[in-house]
Design a protein around this ligand. Structure first.
Ligand SMILES: [Zn+2]
Length: 479
């Protein structure tokens, strides 16, 4: 229930999500004295630093009030009331300061009598370039030259730095850049037993015909998978304390874990006779971690790389790919369904690879989009759209109401800074196939999928210029 006790200025407010009925009651309270804001992110306490302002009076991005982002109607809203309410309740920006006194804005939208989570118009896929000091510290830790505490200090410093930089460019959703991981997917194997000890080395062919030995970060499963700790508990705890606004956590899709880690000859057939058996355990671990992250106050959870495989598979054996895809969708849905609510945004990234020389998953999105967009119970799809090989925006016609595609138009591999006008033209093009309200903007992939020096393609400054361009372009388009 909403507390009726008002407090004197400055007001301590608890940010949480309530039922449509509670939110409707809260919206009738005088704004200056409202003791509690019903809004994402949940479980965070902020100090109200200023009175709220209407988004329409500034250049901040607006939110969808059309109903596209909502899938349920409150049972007490008549048709007439709905119209009046939609007119009365406008997107509002609230100026908060975090526990360190740093101001930031976040958005709420009132919709159909309830206050729903924000639609983040600009996004970050997840990984950011690791600074040299962090790469040195990780190398030193692996060589036994520094202990885990010293490594943690280096990670904390790197995360603190990227949070400040994100705040400077006013991102709507914060990430720690996956600084605590060897690579984007190792958040799973670092906390789960049952894998071989070492990362495998593989010969990879470069486009110029030479080969290079690359340390791969997906370990083979040998025994029973069992979580020995939280996957992203440390990441979330630090972000909850230090992020200037709502934060996101990325994890590999259970479908990716099962596909990458089931290796005949290495995986014990008595424990996992087939990939589906491994998938069941991976799904259970990811699902439980997602539930824990929601408790941690995480506003946005993204599962990576579960479905690119099917793009290639469908071109070889469509019937088999159809069956495999259904299995993987069911597994991910078990995760999304566990946390799906107005409290948290759930997303998937369909990844084509972040390394220039060995990008994978050629082909258009059509086959996958037709099946995935509707069947997967997530809110957002982050799709790579930086090259012609992925085809045009036609697959967006399969996007159902209530879901968002985040267009990965800005390359995280090519240092050249894109033109803002060109990005806007491409967004306009995409909007011919779905509502503009169902779109958002990001980079095509993370900036450093692997915490190795060869995992970076562009320099530090280029990365931040691109992220700033994404935020500014999104603000212009969805103001
Ligand atoms: Zn990617």
């Amino acid at each position: 229930m909403v507390s009726q006790s008002a407090e004197e200025n400055p007001i301590e407010i608890k940010v949480r999500v309530g039922t449509p009925r509670e939110a409707s009651a809260a919206s009738r309270l005088p704004r200056q004295t409202a003791p509690e804001i019903l809004c994402a992110p949940p479980h965070r306490t902020h100090r109200l630093a200023s009175t709220p302002r209407e988004a329409s009076t500034d250049n901040t991005p607006g939110l969808d009030l059309t109903g596209a982002a909502s899938t349920s109607e409150p049972d007490d809203v008549s048709g007439t009331d709905k119209g009046q309410r939609a007119k009365k309740l406008q997107p509002t920006q609230w100026l908060y300061s975090n526990q360190n006194g740093t101001p930031f804005y976040t958005e709420c939208a009132s919709q159909k009598g309830g206050i729903v989570k924000p639609v983040y118009r600009s996004d970050q896929v997840g990984s950011l370039l690791r600074p040299p000091q962090l790469l040195d510290a990780r190398d030193a830790f692996k060589a036994g030259k520094i202990d885990r505490v010293a490594l943690r200090r280096a990670e904390d410093a790197a995360v603190t730095d990227v949070l400040a930089r994100q705040q400077r460019i006013a991102v709507p959703i914060f990430t720690d850049g996956e600084m605590r991981r060897d690579a984007w997917q190792t958040v799973f194997s670092q906390a789960v037993e049952g894998f071989v000890d070492q990362y495998p080395l593989t010969d990879i062919a470069r486009p110029d015909g030479t080969t290079v030995k690359v340390q791969m970060h997906t370990k083979a499963a040998r025994g029973k998978l069992r979580a020995v700790g939280r996957l992203a508990g440390t990441d979330a705890a630090f972000l909850r304390e230090h992020a200037p606004g709502p934060f996101k956590i990325t994890m590999p899709s259970p479908a990716y874990v099962a596909r990458g880690s089931f290796r005949p000859g290495i995986t014990d057939s008595a424990v996992y006779p087939d990939r589906e058996a491994l998938l069941r355990d991976a799904t259970d671990i990811v699902r439980k971690e997602m539930l824990a992250l929601v408790e941690d106050g995480c506003s946005y959870i993204q599962l990576d790389e579960g479905f690119t495989h099917h793009l290639t598979a469908a071109s070889k054996d469509a019937a088999a790919a159809e069956k495999d895809l259904a299995v993987d969708i069911a597994a991910e849905n078990a995760c999304h369904d566990a946390v799906r609510s107005d409290e948290v945004t759930v997303a998937v990234h369909v990844c084509r690879g972040s390394r220039v020389a060995w990008s994978h998953g050629p082909g258009k999105y059509d086959w996958l989009a037709e099946r995935l967009f509707d069947a997967l119970h997530c809110n957002r799809f982050l799709l790579e759209y930086d090259t012609d090989i992925v085809g045009g925006f036609e697959p967006l016609r399969f996007l159902p109401k209530g879901k968002v595609v985040v267009l990965g138009l800005v390359s995280s591999k090519e240092p050249r800074l894109e033109s803002g006008d060109q990005l806007k033209r491409r967004i306009d093009e995409a909007a011919k196939y779905c509502s503009l309200d169902q779109l958002a903007l990001t980079s095509q992939c993370g900036f450093q999928g692997a915490a190795q020096r060869d995992g970076a393609h562009i320099d530090y400054d280029s990365q931040w210029r691109k992220l700033e361009l994404i935020v500014e372009t999104a603000r212009d388009v969805w103001r």
